[in-house]
Design a protein around this ligand. Sequence first.
Ligand SMILES: [Zn+2]
Length: 234
Amino acid sequence: MNDGVIKKCPVCGSTTRIGKILYGLPDGSEELMRRCGNEEVYLGGCMILPGYPKFHCFECDSNIGKSPILLTKSGGEDYRRITTAIRFREEGRPTLVLEKKDGKTVLEVWTRSEAEQDSDQAGQDSGEAVLTIDEVLRSLNQTTQDPRESLSYTREMTEEEWKELLDKLYTELYLHEWRVIFLKSRFPEGKRWELETGFTKDRRLKRVGVGIFPPYWEELLDVLKPYYGEAGLS
Ligand SMILES: [Zn+2]
């Protein structure tokens, strides 16, 4: 049991096998040993673990609930300060781009014309364009952009709005702890999605999945849905 600060493991989704990390020298008491055995607590030791994780998931053996800090040679950078773009696409949904450019933060929704969607559907029905693992891996290095889409809605975002969004993604959804690839054993069945984050100094990180979704997927959709909504899309 945890004290309710993290509701599920961002790595594997476990909601039950999460214990609080205790730092420092254990006192060796029976009570402490019992709590360790119950997976109520996890001994973090005397060294502070990178990112100062607050919880341990016994299901996937990950330390979770870390501060959103990207550790680099020059020290740590807060993801909320260095994130410059969020690009999201899920099959059947227009692409959402939230991005800092030319000194502004803009929200963009990119859609495909219905004619193109129809031709795509026809292609799938005839058994063409079966997704391969190589294609998924390759897509990790490509920016989330579909040349068949065109800009259908855009507006400027306020700094406050952007800050609030990043706060939510990193402190409530633990985006910095998500795995990068989500593939189902029955690949390539299922919906395909991509979530790309851009950072300062031209850095980027992309997460992709086919048929399987990250533990905080519903929460992510809840955060992003209003942007689709204001563009008149669901
Ligand atoms: Zn886990």
